[in-house]
Write a protein that binds this ligand. Structure first.
Ligand SMILES: [Zn+2]
Length: 152
């Protein structure tokens, strides 16, 4: 069975994901790309990683913060706290096309700097595929900020 991301096999895709995680665990220069990689990977496999509205919001908003809010770490932490709370979110329909770059492409990186560039390009590509949900993502960022502000 082919994978939702476009790779010919789901098993192969899963193995590439594990391989990337092992690389990140063993090399801190790769490790800094983990968060963005996980969001990009989840967004390409929503039927596995974005089943609930909360997990959908977690990865969509995480990617939005990385792409449009300079990867603001305060906002990322606020997102986690927001997700831990109670909320009424509606999960929109999942997409069927997620861009032309997959984890197989990023695993071709031969150095940490190449890995960083590949993951960044991949993330931009996936974010582009989610264009119809950019407005929704920004709306959820607004809710995260409101939530964060109310806690002060
Ligand atoms: Zn895949």
């Amino acid at each position: 069975m082919s994978c939702s991301c476009g790779l010919p096999s789901r098993e192969e895709c899963q193995e590439l994901f594990y391989a990337s995680s092992i690389k990140e665990f063993s090399d801190f220069q790769y490790a800094k790309m983990n968060r963005l990689k996980v969001d990009a990977y989840a967004l390409q496999h929503p039927e596995i990683y974005m089943v609930s509205a909360k997990s959908f919001a977690a990865h969509l908003v995480g990617m939005c913060i990385a792409m449009e809010y300079h990867n603001d770490q305060h906002l990322m932490k606020a997102l986690q706290k927001w997700l831990n709370g109670k909320m009424e979110l509606e999960k929109p329909p999942i997409l069927t096309y997620f861009g032309s770059i997959t984890i197989a492409d990023i695993m071709k990186a031969k150095s940490a700097s190449e890995y960083e560039r590949f993951v960044t390009d991949w993330a931009k590509c996936v974010w582009g595929a989610y264009a119809i949900y950019h407005q929704l993502a920004r709306e959820w960022v607004r809710l995260v900020r409101e939530f964060d502000g109310n806690r002060l």
